[in-house]
Design a protein around this ligand. Structure first.
Ligand SMILES: Nc1nc2c(ncn2[C@@H]2O[C@H](COP(=O)(O)OP(=O)(O)OP(=O)(O)O)[C@@H](O)[C@H]2O)c(=O)[nH]1
Length: 265
């Protein structure tokens, strides 16, 4: 029996780390945790991915205690994609569990390591509802959308990354930073790095695609996609090499603002 009146927790800050499978979300959480701890911040990492088995970081809250992907796939005879959607719907239906776990960690900076399934962030509503509930619990979180920089090596893939990033930003509805991970692995780009990070003028990309016999057939479609991305004028990227957790500030003002947000939070 509770004897004291429920006190609304003070503001808590953090990041929800989202992005496609294998883009480097868990590695980022680990790197960011170490980086912030070194700066003297109290950081906790929350594993929101029911498929994550071996986390490299100490896990303050682990959704696998509530539900695991393997259990769901076995008991409901679902594949990995359907299983993950079910898991997030289950978490949405059991938010009191999450709230009680988060309450144990007061004045900390929170990193939420989220699952890597694209439709969770572009179509399905459970994850978006969970993020919005965090706001009602007095969390102020920003989404950090991690994308593998390997996609910069191919203009056609880069167009699809731009579309996915834009629809994620519009769907998730949080202050948002797109991060190009694994920059240490990129040996050469078709264009200068700032072309990918600033996403200012996609004409070069279209010209490049027009020289490819396969993509030439889809020139009009590519033009329209580029038009949508440019008209919204929302997508840009911050390059990241997690090995040193070094944001290249001089490439993007977004990077400055991002670290400013962390230090304020
Ligand atoms: N070289 C290099 N490798 C990286 C970097 N970030 C992540 N990786 C590697 O990429 C692989 C996938 O990284 P994870 O952190 O597991 O990716 P994830 O997005 O959490 O994956 P899922 O949870 O399966 O969606 C691992 O082998 C990491 O070591 C990076 O900046 N540089």
């Amino acid at each position: 029996m509770s004897t004291t009146a429920e006190v609304k927790p003070s503001l808590r800050f953090g990041q929800v780390v989202i992005g496609p499978p294998g883009s480097g979300k868990t590695t980022y959480c680990q790197g960011m945790r170490e980086f912030l701890s070194t700066m003297g911040r109290k950081v906790v990492v929350v594993n929101m991915d029911p498929a994550n088995e071996e986390m490299p970081y100490p896990c303050a809250v682990d959704v696998s205690e509530l539900i695991t992907l393997d259990e769901v796939m076995d008991s409901l005879k679902l594949g990995p994609n359907g299983g993950l959607l079910y898991c997030m719907q289950y978490l949405e239906a059991n938010l009191d569990w999450l709230e009680s776990k988060l309450k144990r960690h007061g004045d900390c900076y929170f990193l939420f390591d989220c699952p890597g399934q694209v439709e969770l962030y572009t179509h399905q509503s459970s994850v978006k509802n969970i993020f919005s509930q965090l706001g009602k619990w007095n969390f102020r979180v920003r989404s950090v959308h991690i994308v593998d920089s390997h996609y910069c090596a191919d203009p056609a893939k880069f167009i699809s990354v731009l579309c996915t990033s834009l629809s994620t930003m519009l769907h998730v509805e949080l202050p948002h930073v797109n991060v190009l991970s694994k920059m240490d692995l990129i040996e050469q780009y078709a264009f200068n790095l700032d072309f990918y990070t600033e996403v200012m003028d996609l004409t070069y990309l279209l010209d490049h695609l027009a020289t490819d016999p396969f993509f030439k057939k889809f020139q009009r479609l590519n033009e329209k996609l580029a038009e949508v991305i440019q008209d919204y004028s929302l997508v840009s990227f911050v390059p990241l090499n997690v090995q040193v957790l070094l944001f290249n500030f001089h490439f993007s003002s977004c990077g400055k603002e991002f670290l400013f947000y962390i230090s304020k939070g």
